[in-house]
Design a binder for this molecule. Structure first.
Ligand SMILES: *Cc1c(COP(=O)(O)O)cnc(C)c1O
Length: 349
C-alpha cells in the first residue's frame, strides 16, 4: 500500500473540471426493443459499418474482463497502447511544469510522447545488467514527477525487472507507476494485474499487437483503478476504437487456444534461435529474453545490420541506445524465417 497517493492532486486541473463530449451513443440506455437510430446523422443504408462503433467497447471489454480476471470498470481500450500512453500524459502531466520518469534503454515512444506533450522526460539509466536503478530513480523524483514508465519485459533488452525493485517503486512513488506489459505473454513472470487492487497508483498497459497477432488493428489496453479509468475516459476521443478493430479483437480473444499455441511455438523457436546464435563467432553476447525477441551484442552492429539487409532480412539496430552499443534486436519469426536468419548470420561471417 502506498499511503501518500492522492489521485485528485495528480490529475491536471483542466482535466479534473472537464465536461467530456457526450456522443450520440452515450446518451441513452437501450430498451432492448427494436430501436430506430435517428440520433447520429449516420447514413441509414446498410454497409455493415454505417453505424458508429460502441464508444465504450462493452462487448470486447466484457470478454477481456473475463479472460484477465478484472472488472470492466478497470479497463480502458485505445487505438494501440500508444494512444493509451498518450492519454496518460495528457491526463496527468501539465506541460512545461510536470515531468515523467523513463528508464533507458527502453521503448522509444515514452520519450516521443513526453516531447509531443511538452513534458520533461527525466531519463534514469538502467543498471549495467538492465535492472532498475532504484536509488537513482528515487533521487530523481520530485513533487512534479507524475508518472514513471516501467517496461517489463523491457524492449529492447528483453528482461523483466526483479519484483522487489518494482515493489519498491510502487511503495515509494506517489505518482502513477505505469508498467508496460506489451510482452507479458512471453514472460516467465506473471502479470502485475493481480496487484491492481493493492496499489492505487498502479497502471498496467497491454496490447493485442504482439502475442495476439493483431498489430494491424491497433488495440491497446489499460488496466487501472476505476477512478483512474474514469479520468482517462473523460479525455479519450469518443470513437477511438473503430468497429472493425472491435470485431476482429473479439474474434481473437474468443479463440485463446490459438493465441496460446502461437505463443508456445514462438517460445520454442526463441530457444532454438538462442542455441543457433551461440555458433556465430562475431556474436559476443546473447541476452536472456523474456519476450519474443533476442538482443545480441556483435562486433559491429551497423555493419552486420547492413549485411543482413542486403540478404533481405530486416532486424533492428539498437547501437545508438544507451548501454546498447553494438547490439541488434532480433524478433523471433516462424521456423522458416528463423532458419533464413540463422543461415544469413552464418553466411556473413
Ligand atoms: C510494441 C510495443 C507496444 C505496442 O504498442 P501498440 O501501440 O499497442 O502497438 C507497447 N509497448 C512496448 C514496449 C512495445 O514494444
Amino acid at each position: 500500500m502506498n499511503t501518500n497517493f492522492d489521485l485528485n492532486g495528480l490529475v491536471r486541473a483542466n482535466v479534473a473540471k472537464l465536461r467530456p463530449y457526450s456522443s450520440a451513443r452515450d446518451e441513452f440506455q437501450s430498451t432492448g426493443t427494436e430501436m430506430v437510430f435517428l440520433d447520429a446523422n449516420e447514413n441509414p443504408f446498410q454497409t455493415d459499418v454505417n453505424r458508429y462503433p460502441d464508444p465504450q467497447q462493452r462487448t470486447l471489454k466484457a470478454e477481456l474482463a473475463k479472460i484477465k480476471g478484472v472488472a470492466q470498470e478497470n479497463i480502458l481500450l485505445g487505438n494501440g497502447s500508444d494512444e493509451v500512453l498518450d492519454l496518460l500524459f495528457r491526463a496527468f502531466c501539465e506541460p512545461k511544469t510536470d515531468n515523467a520518469v523513463t528508464l533507458p534503454p527502453t521503448y522509444g515512444m515514452y520519450a516521443v510522447l513526453a516531447n509531443i506533450n511538452n513534458v520533461e522526460n527525466r531519463e534514469i539509466l538502467l543498471t549495467a545488467d538492465f535492472e532498475l536503478n532504484i536509488s537513482n530513480i528515487l533521487r530523481a523524483i520530485d513533487k512534479n514527477s507524475k508518472i514513471i514508465f516501467l517496461c517489463s519485459p523491457n524492449n529492447p533488452t528483453g528482461n523483466s525487472f526483479l519484483e522487489e525493485g518494482v515493489l519498491e517503486i510502487l511503495e515509494n512513488f506517489s505518482g502513477l507507476v505505469v508498467i508496460d506489459e506489451a510482452y507479458i505473454d512471453f514472460s516467465k513472470q506473471e502479470s502485475w494485474l493481480k496487484k491492481l487492487r493493492s496499489y492505487p497508483n498502479l497502471v498496467i498497459t497491454q496490447t493485442l499487437s504482439k502475442a495476439y497477432g493483431m498489430a494491424g488493428i491497433r488495440l491497446g489496453i489499460c488496466y487501472a483503478s476505476a477512478e483512474i479509468i474514469s479520468i482517462l475516459n473523460k479525455i479519450k476521443p469518443p470513437y477511438n476504437v473503430n468497429e472493425l478493430s472491435q470485431r476482429r479483437a473479439l474474434e481473437r480473444v474468443n479463440n485463446m487456444e490459438a493465441v496460446k499455441q502461437e505463443v508456445a511455438d514462438i517460445l520454442k523457436e526463441r530457444a532454438r534461435l538462442f542455441e543457433a546464435l551461440l555458433d556465430v563467432d562475431y556474436i559476443q553476447k546473447i541476452y536472456d529474453s523474456d519476450a519474443n525477441f533476442i538482443l545480441i551484442k556483435v562486433d559491429d552492429a551497423t555493419k552486420r545490420y547492413s549485411e543482413l539487409l542486403e540478404m533481405g532480412i530486416v532486424i533492428r539496430n539498437r547501437t545508438s541506445q544507451p548501454l546498447c552499443e553494438n547490439t541488434l534486436r532480433l524478433t523471433v519469426g516462424t521456423a522458416l524465417e528463423n532458419d533464413r536468419l540463422i543461415t544469413a548470420l552464418k553466411a556473413i561471417n
